[in-house]
Ligand binder design. Structure first.
Ligand SMILES: *Cc1c(COP(=O)(O)O)cnc(C)c1O
Length: 394
């Protein structure tokens, strides 16, 4: 990004940051669908390969469209550098493969994304990296889980589906003392609502698949942090290959342009739906950090500019009642995905959290009557009417 661009306000960076127009003078960002690049001479090829000159060699290493996305996202998160990945999980994999080694230990929040847990437990541990899990909002649990070989604290805040909030400033202090890195999955908030680096996190993880695309079209991910850390991660990506496709980078670039407006609209719809559910006689509890009695409300207010689009609620009557409400909807999409313009609904206990044992589920607070809604951008009245179809049956 140029110096002038660095001084732009957030929404200007989101629409224009990181892009250099080509000789064709296009208004919209060009999409470079090319796997490799040609050199001017054999000498330039040699210099490119030996890093004497900067330049594109192959799209597993660099691609102009992917680079534009990386620069724009890095600027939005307030980080020096970003690296784009094939998916959110590829981002999490890359941060671990690039920065940790056998014998290291990770402390991870218990309620991370399901595949993050599977990857840690089944694959990362296979290479001699140990993982301990703690409750996201329990600072003393984080403190007690630290070991001399702890090199990474990994968390996702707000948590899914109960909207618990981690104290990022406190966690970053713990991490610094332990000489470990604080890595924060910022998928639910995006930089438009929360900038973890500002609170002392070292690295931000994204699934661009969710709000950054925002329209349910493509898989992608990214990491943001210091140039020094990102270089190490990029080394792994270049060698191993879970890089972002140029086409997806182009979609995500366009997603960033409207991200702020969408996050505000998702948050406004979710806040209004949370209030409506709270007043509903068939709903016994609503989990949304925007509600003033939510245990994470104060913290969310401090470190976020709004509360996001995901909420969950409990209906009396357990699994049977929850399934009845879900099955009675006619408009909402029954899918575990989130961050879409279209509202999605899911029963966590039997889907996203179905792999957990009964005891683990109870510990995580995932009740049988719990329903998660990732509130989209439809008219609120239609979302309410669709939920009422099932709620009125209870
Ligand atoms: C979806 C998701 C991921 C994984 O991202 P993919 O793009 O599906 O690989 C990671 N973290 C969170 C919080 C997610 O919601």
């Amino acid at each position: 990004m140029t110096d002038k661009e660095q001084n732009y306000k957030q929404q200007t960076i989101a629409t224009r940051g990181g892009y250099q127009r080509t000789h064709e003078n296009e208004q919209s960002e060009a999409l470079f669908l090319t796997s490799s690049y040609v050199f001017e001479s054999a000498e330039m090829a040699a210099k490119s390969f030996s890093d004497e000159v900067e330049g594109n060699i192959y799209s597993r290493y660099t691609n102009p469209t992917v680079r534009t996305f990386e620069q724009r996202l890095a600027a939005l998160e307030g980080g020096e550098q970003a690296v784009a990945t094939a998916s959110g999980m590829a981002a999490t994999l890359s941060v671990i493969m690039g920065l940790l080694k056998s014998g290291d230990h990770i402390v991870c929040s218990r309620d991370v994304f399901g595949s993050t847990r599977v990857m840690m437990d089944k694959y990362i541990t296979k290479f001699g990296v140990d993982v301990s899990y703690v409750a996201l909002a329990d600072l003393s649990a984080w403190q007690n889980a630290l070991k001399p070989n702890t090199r990474m604290l990994f968390c996702e805040t707000p948590s899914n589906p109960l909207s618990e909030i981690a104290d990022l400033e406190a966690l970053s202090q713990l991490a610094k003392k332990a000489q470990a890195l604080l890595v924060v999955d910022n998928c639910f908030c995006t930089p438009m609502l929360q900038k973890p680096l500002q609170w002392g996190a070292d690295i931000v993880v994204h699934s661009a698949t969710k709000y950054i695309d925002g329209q349910g079209r493509a898989l992608g991910g990214a990491l943001v942090g210091s140039a020094q850390l990102m270089e190490q991660v990029q080394g792994f990506l270049r060698a191993a290959g879970p890089t972002m496709s140029a086409f997806n980078a182009w979609l995500f670039l366009k997603g960033l342009e409207t991200l702020q407006l969408r996050m505000q609209a998702h948050s406004a719809n979710a806040a209004a739906l949370a209030q409506w559910l709270l007043a509903h006689p068939k709903v016994s509890h609503v989990y949304y950090s925007g509600l003033s009695d939510h245990p994470g409300h104060k913290l969310a207010k401090k470190q976020q500019t709004d509360f996001g689009g995901v909420l969950s609620f409990i209906v009396e009557g357990g699994r049977e009642a929850a399934w009845r409400v879900i099955d009675a909807t006619q408009m909402l999409s029954l899918t575990a995905n989130l961050g879409d313009t279209k509202t999605t609904i899911v029963h966590p206990a039997t889907t996203t959290h179905g792999r957990l044992s009964d005891a683990e589920r109870a510990e995580a607070g995932i009740e049988e009557g719990l329903i998660r809604v990732a509130v989209g951008l439809e008219d609120l009245v239609d979302i309410q009417n669709d939920l009422e179809l099932g709620l009125s049956l209870l």
